[in-house]
Design a protein around this ligand. Sequence first.
Ligand code: SAM
Length: 229
Amino acid sequence: MAILPQHLRSLTPARLRDDVRLRALTVGLGLIPPRTMHSREDARLLLDAAREARRVVEIGVYEGASALLLQRVLGPGAELHLIDPFGRHPDALPGGWGASERATRRLLARSARRLGQAAPHLHWHVALSHEVAERWSAEVDLVFIDGDHSEAGCERDWLDWSPFVRVGGRMAIHDARADRPGGRGLPGPTAAVARRLARRSLARLDDRRRGRSDRGCAAYRLTCNPRRP
Ligand SMILES: C[S@@+](CC[C@H](N)C(=O)[O-])C[C@H]1O[C@@H](n2cnc3c(N)ncnc32)[C@H](O)[C@@H]1O
């Protein structure tokens, strides 16, 4: 089914455009694309961090826009773990927004069919990130934190998941640059990242990308293996 052209979609009143059930139906059927939650710069940074990764964890999937990007860049045999309880989350989404597990799964399944042999393995975890972390043991190349946007939630995701990232692997947090000139973000992720840095976190900023892509999404390369606190 073809995606409705942008000029038709832009005629839809906001009330309908944001309706959770209508979005689920139309995203699930492939009539509209998933809502883009990242800038072009964020996407570039994320793709860069994921290149050649074999196991990636995304915390916060929503309609699947960033998961689609990751799915396309990861090679065959790689694992993409998608964590989201779905539904509405006041600390993760604007009021009234929410995503449907079924629609997001259909979107990524369709994309996997298109990619064929080149598609990575998708692993769905319909749960809160800390619940998945409690039973997790595998080493990870990249964790992308984009779930609970409260400061406590971001802090928790960082502490729960960074011990699983291999030395040289990446942690990326979305919406974490509200405190920079020209930066974008929200108070929770920005404060959590600032606190990590102030405490001389075990991770180091990836300087290659700094100033160019690092305006909304904060990315770090782990230089040693942090322990669980
Ligand atoms: C901003 S959206 C994610 C956007 C997505 N990464 C993208 O770029 O398209 C946040 C998502 O996080 C999910 N979420 C909220 N709290 C969470 C938690 N503790 N663990 C995992 N996901 C969570 C929400 O259900 C919501 O779908």
